[in-house]
Design a binder for this molecule. Structure first.
Ligand code: AMP
Ligand code: GLY
Length: 424
C-alpha cells in the first residue's frame, strides 16, 4: 500500500510511525508533514485544506489509501474529492464532518436521534440569547457554532460574563463566521472522558480509553489548550461507561448519519461528561484527539493499515479485532513559551535524539522545523510529544520525564503532572 497521510502535527507523526511499521505499507507520503514524518517518507508541501490539489496528487501518485488527520481537511471536502476519483479515504465527507464543524447541527442531530446531551438553544441574535439566560441558572455555557480552533466555548459564572461572551461572538465576531450563530446549553457536572471509535459508515469499533489534560499549567490551572498531555488507560472509563457510550451515543449516531444520507467514515471522537445518569455528549470531533492519538498508537499492537483501509471501504464488520498492549502509555507535550496565547516560535531545540534513546520512549514531532543549517526549531504552539510506555503508568510517566530532562530547549515548557488523576 502507498499511503498519503494528511496533516503535520504530533497526531500525524504517531499515525505515520504506526502505519510505517506495517508490512503492507510500501511508502508513506505526508502532506505537508513535519521533520519527524520526513524520517518516515516523502513530505509534499500541500496544505490539508487544499482538497482539489491533494486529490489530484493522490491520483497522480496512484495512492492506495488517504488518511485524514485534521478536521480542516475533512471540512474542506477532501474525502468527497477523493470519492469522485475512486481513491479510498479514511476520513469523513464534508457532510459527515458537520458533526464537528457545526455545534448547532450536532445538537439538533442528537435531538432527532435520542443521543443524550445537554439541553440547549441556538441563537443568531444577541437580544434573544440574553433574554434566554434570564430563565437559566449559572454557570452558563456559550459556544460559537463553527470551528474556532478549540477556543469557541465560554463557561460563564455570571450573567455579566455571559452577556459579554454573547456580544463578543455574535456582535464583535471574535471567531469570524464561526460565530454567526451560538449555542447556549445547560452546564453538565461530572468528570470528562474521551471516547474514540473507528467507523466505516455502518460499523463502529471502539478503541481503548485515553484522556488528555486541557489546561496549560500544573494542577489543571491556566488557559485551555488543545491538550498538554494524555494517558491511557483512563480509570473513569469503566466497562459500563464504554457499553453505555456505544449503545446510547456511538451506534445511534452512526445509524442516524447513515439514515440522513451522511454516512460517517473515520474516527468518531466523543467528548463526554460522565454524569450520575450516565455518559452525555459534550461534543463530537471527526478525527483522532491530539495528543490522545499518540498514546493510542503506542498501545495498539495490531497492524493499523489494514484496519483503516477496511474502514475506508465499508468492510469493518469483517475486520479482525484490535489487540492492545497491556502496558500503560503517557505523552507529555512540550510547548513553546507563550502557548496557547502567543507561542514564541523559532527557538532552537537540542537533545531530541538523546531523549528518544531512553528505553520505552518515542518522541513525536508536532510543531518543529528543520532550518537550513540542520538545526531543529520551534514552529508552532505544541512542539514535541514525548511518549513513553511502562509496566505501570507511574513507570511510563517517569520514563517520559527522564527523556524530557535530556532535551535542551529554554524556549519551551511542559506540565510536570501529566496523568496525576490516574496516579492518585
Ligand atoms: P468543547 O469545545 O465543546 O469540548 O468544550 C470545551 C470544554 O468546555 C469541554 O472540554 C468542557 O470542559 C467544557 N464544556 C463544554 N460544554 C459543557 C457543558 N455543557 N457542561 C459542562 N462543561 C462543558
Ligand atoms: N486533545 C483534544 C483534541 O484533540 O481535541
Amino acid at each position: 500500500m502507498k499511503i498519503l497521510l494528511v496533516g503535520s502535527g504530533g497526531r500525524e507523526h504517531a499515525l505515520g510511525w504506526k502505519l510505517k511499521q506495517s508490512p503492507l505499507v510500501s511508502a508513506l507520503i505526508s502532506a505537508p508533514g513535519n521533520p519527524g514524518l520526513a524520517e518516515l517518507g516523502r513530505c509534499v508541501s500541500i496544505k490539508p485544506d487544499a482538497a482539489a490539489e491533494l486529490a489530484a496528487f493522490a491520483a497522480r501518485e496512484q495512492v492506495d489509501l488517504v488518511v485524514i488527520g485534521p478536521e480542516a481537511a475533512a471540512a474542506a471536502g477532501l474525502a468527497d474529492a477523493l470519492a469522485q476519483i475512486g481513491v479510498p479515504c479514511f476520513g469523513p465527507s464534508k457532510a459527515a464532518a458537520e458533526l464537528e464543524a457545526s455545534k448547532a447541527f450536532m445538537k439538533e442531530f442528537c435531538m432527532r436521534h435520542g443521543v443524550p446531551t445537554a439541553e440547549y438553544k441556538v441563537f443568531d441574535d444577541a437580544v434573544h440569547a440574553k433574554a434566554y439566560l434570564g430563565d437559566r441558572e449559572p454557570p452558563f455555557v456559550i459556544k460559537a457554532d463553527g470551528l474556532a480552533a478549540g477556543k469557541g466555548v465560554v463557561i460563564a459564572e455570571t450573567r455579566r460574563q455571559a452577556d459579554a461572551a454573547i456580544d463578543e461572538i455574535l456582535f464583535l465576531r471574535k471567531f469570524g463566521t464561526a460565530g454567526q450563530r451560538i449555542v447556549i446549553e445547560d452546564f453538565l457536572p461530572g468528570e470528562e472522558a474521551s471516547f474514540f471509535a473507528l467507523c466505516d459508515g455502518e460499523t463502529a469499533i471502539p478503541l481503548i480509553a485515553a484522556q488528555d489534560h486541557k489546561r496549560a499549567y500544573d494542577g489543571d490551572k491556566g488557559p485551555n489548550t488543545g491538550g498538554m498531555g494524555a494517558y491511557s488507560p483512563a480509570p473513569v472509563f469503566t466497562d459500563q461507561v464504554r457499553e453505555q457510550t456505544m449503545e446510547r451515543i456511538i451506534l445511534p449516531t452512526l445509524a442516524g448519519m447513515k439514515a440522513e444520507g451522511r454516512p460517517f467514515i473515520g474516527v468518531l471522537f466523543a467528548g463526554l461528561m460522565i454524569t450520575p445518569e450516565g455518559p452525555k455528549l459534550i461534543e463530537y470531533n471527526v478525527r483522532f484527539g491530539d495528543p490522545e492519538c499518540q498514546v493510542l498508537m503506542r498501545r495498539l499492537k495490531s497492524d493499523l493499515a489494514p484496519v483503516l483501509a477496511s474502514a475506508a471501504k465499508g468492510e469493518l464488520a469483517t475486520a479482525a479485532a484490535l489487540e492492545w498492549d497491556e502496558s500503560p502509555a503517557v505523552t507529555v507535550v512540550l510547548a513553546a513559551q507563550g502557548y496557547p496565547d502567543e507561542p514564541l516560535t523559532g527557538s532552537v531545540i537540542r537533545g531530541v535524539e538523546k531523549a528518544g534513546a531512553v528505553e520505552d520512549v518515542q518522541v513525536f514531532h508536532a510543531g518543529t522545523k528543520q532550518d537550513d543549517d540542520g538545526l531543529l526549531r520551534a514552529a508552532g504552539g505544541r512542539v514535541l510529544n514525548v511518549t513513553a510506555t511502562g509496566a505501570t503508568l507511574r513507570e511510563a510517566v517517569a520514563a517520559a520525564y527522564r527523556a524530557i530532562d535530556r532535551i535542551d530547549w529554554p524556549g519551551g515548557f511542559c506540565r510536570r503532572d501529566i496523568a496525576w488523576r490516574a496516579l492518585n
